[in-house]
Design a protein around this ligand. Structure first.
Ligand code: DHB
Length: 300
């Protein structure tokens, strides 16, 4: 039995497709059966369509990728019109990642999505390293963080996930705020801020200099951040960062993540979710364990 409890939400299995790499859902449906994952997270939406950053947007390095997409998305209305109908044809829990340029925009997104019953949870992206205004700045100032989280909580009646990254004003204080305000789950980690230099042209690769670093290289860093989070909270945590294979996924589950996210790996092995689920199943069989729940948080 691979099902997991994430708070009072039950997922058929712990594999969550993370925001950003599975587009608006249908894109990845060409490669995997979306009915078999635990939940799907739709790429960060804003109220209005958003163009994102100029190219180059992706730069590969040995054990990961740097990206500077700049939160490009089609806007809430187009998503609801063009993509939501697809989700009405499957039952997989749907998480919608959202971002705004200010607190008001997060609130507006939350209100609009509250009316869309199909949306299981909203995930607040407070940690994107790639934008001029907003993005990670919401996680760097305690007062803004608190106001944003509190006001969104009052605007959305179902589950709220707050996505954290390595840049945060104070991890313990931030978690206390999430608990106090009644946030349901934490997801971590977002990408790490990274830099790349084009030595031939003697300039930065990305026009904004900084880019989000993800992929297998960040796994130990992500695992440490997730461990630090589960150590200070009873809020369920969706752990992610550099997961490529079932062993990686188990590391996060063993230290106490209640579900795991797949991001960059979807770009490299679009069938990763399937392979990872199979690997976890075989691991449990081999160990003679009947339920995945039994090993969550076993390594303390
Ligand atoms: C974006 C990139 C990221 O690496 C991330 O973690 C969040 C958002 C982006 O530029 O869209």
């Amino acid at each position: 039995d691979l099902s997991v409890r994430v708070g009072d939400l039950r997922l058929k299995n712990p594999v969550v497709l993370a925001s950003g790499t599975c587009g608006y859902g249908r894109e990845l449906a060409k490669f995997i059966n979306l009915k078999m994952v635990g939940a799907i997270t739709v790429k960060g939406l804003s109220m209005e369509p958003w163009q994102g950053n100029p190219p180059p947007r992706i730069h590969e390095v040995y054990a990961g990728i740097l990206n500077s997409i700049g939160l490009e998305n089609k806007g809430l209305e187009s998503f609801l019109r063009e993509d939501l109908p697809f989700f009405e044809t499957i039952e997989t829990p749907l998480f919608v990642n959202i971002w705004g340029k200010n607190v008001k925009e997060y609130v507006l997104l939350a209100r609009n999505l509250d009316a869309v019953e199909r949306v299981t949870a909203i995930e607040l992206n407070l940690s994107c390293p790639n934008v001029e205004k907003g993005g990670v700045s919401f996680a760097l100032q305690e007062k803004v963080f608190e106001e944003l989280v509190g006001r969104v909580r009052h605007s959305f009646t179902r589950k709220i996930i707050v996505k954290l990254g390595p840049q945060i004003f104070d991890l313990e204080k931030a978690i206390q705020i999430l608990e106090r305000e009644g946030i349901d789950f934490v997801s971590a980690t977002n990408s790490f801020p990274g830099l790349a230099v084009n030595v031939d042209e003697q300039r930065f690769v990305f026009s904004r200099k900084v880019a989000g670093f993800s992929g297998p290289a960040i796994k130990p860093l992500a695992l440490k951040l997730v461990y630090d989070i589960v150590s200070v909270t009873r809020l369920p945590v969706i752990g992610m960062g550099g997961i490529v294979c079932w062993r990686d996924a188990l590391e996060f589950l063993l230290i106490g993540a209640r579900a795991i996210g797949l991001g960059t790996v979807n770009l490299i092995y679009p069938d990763a979710a399937q392979r990872i689920l199979k690997g976890i199943e075989e691991y449990l069989d081999q160990k003679g364990i009947s339920s995945l729940e039994a090993i969550i948080g076993k390594v303390r």
